[in-house]
Design a protein around this ligand. Sequence first.
Ligand code: ADP
Ligand code: MG
Length: 248
Amino acid sequence: MFAEALRVILDGTVFQISCQLMTTPIIQFIDVYKSYQSGSQPVTALEAVNLSLDAGDFVTIMGPSGGGKTTLLNLLAGLDLPDKGKIILNGRKVSDFSDHELTLLRRNEIGFVFQFFNLMPTLTVMENVELPLLLAHSSRTDSERIKTLLDYVGLWHRANSFPAELSGGEMQRVAIARALVHQPVILLADEPTGNLDSENGLKIIGLMRKAATDFKTTVVMVTHNPQVAAIGNRHFEIRDGKLTDQIT
Ligand code: ADP
Ligand code: MG
């Protein structure tokens, strides 16, 4: 696998970002199947899914409830493995990973943004953003990096506040800082605007889109909002476990 170091100067801090050549996809699903056992019946959640995404792609996924959106995100996040098929992530065959390897993958290469923000209520904004660094490096933190990310989402001045003191839009911006602090290769978002008014929702999407460009992070976002979905540079629909590329 060929990778070159891309240096991005942002707010005086230098980030080292691994950047794939355009010809090497950062994520590949090759004929992926996933089913769950529901009582005695197997339920197909994903069927023959093929997908190829590049570094910096901003991908939106729409589809009806039960279509397979969360299952797809869980496989991308290394939270689950396929029954059949290959998942290649950043040059490695994740579909063969052990539990331990999947844990390391999640800690080091994946960022996640949730509909309900999922901030730790007893931790300050700064401590919430610090968490992924502590998980990845046990005791080593990086105050400069935390400040840079909180500046990036415009919330450094709220570093010592608690989540309950913030608005929904602000909480989601903290969640984005937390999701990006360990420089993930992929940023996954399950309905990140589902709990926000449209103005704040658009701000959040704008921020994720900017992150995809600035950090070459591949963003994969599930949304029910067609206006939000239209902002992506790649659009997919998933229905009855089948993924289709909505070429626009
Ligand atoms: P979506 O996020 O699009 O609503 P999901 O990926 O959650 O869809 O679900 C896809 C299908 O798989 C649905 O039929 C759902 O009922 C089923 N499913 C998902 N998770 C489980 C599970 N843990 N056990 C049994 N069935 C599941
Ligand atoms: Mg879902």
